[in-house]
Design a protein. Structure first.
Length: 79
């Protein structure tokens, strides 16, 4: 069940990050990839500040922040 929740949260976080950074999403597969990588990045960023909590909303927030940071970093390398 944990893998299913990770996929669902990844899709949601990737879609939200896509809307924040581009004004629209990227499609379900790219949203999933961005959201999952963003979840890892967001977890690492939040752990640096000592912030840890549980719950689905917290995980969506953390993944979305990580996905936005990921998209921002990628935009630096794109012309």
């Amino acid at each position: 069940m944990g893998l299913l929740w990770s996929i669902i949260i990844g899709i949601i976080a990737g879609a939200i990050a896509g809307y924040i950074m581009r004004g629209r999403g990227f499609g379900m597969i790219i949203n999933l990839i961005v959201g999952l990588i963003g979840g890892l990045l967001g977890g690492w960023i939040f752990s640096l500040f000592g912030a840890s909590s549980g719950g689905i909303l917290w995980n969506i927030l953390m993944s979305t922040v990580g996905a936005v940071v990921l998209l921002w970093i990628l935009s630096l390398f794109k012309r």
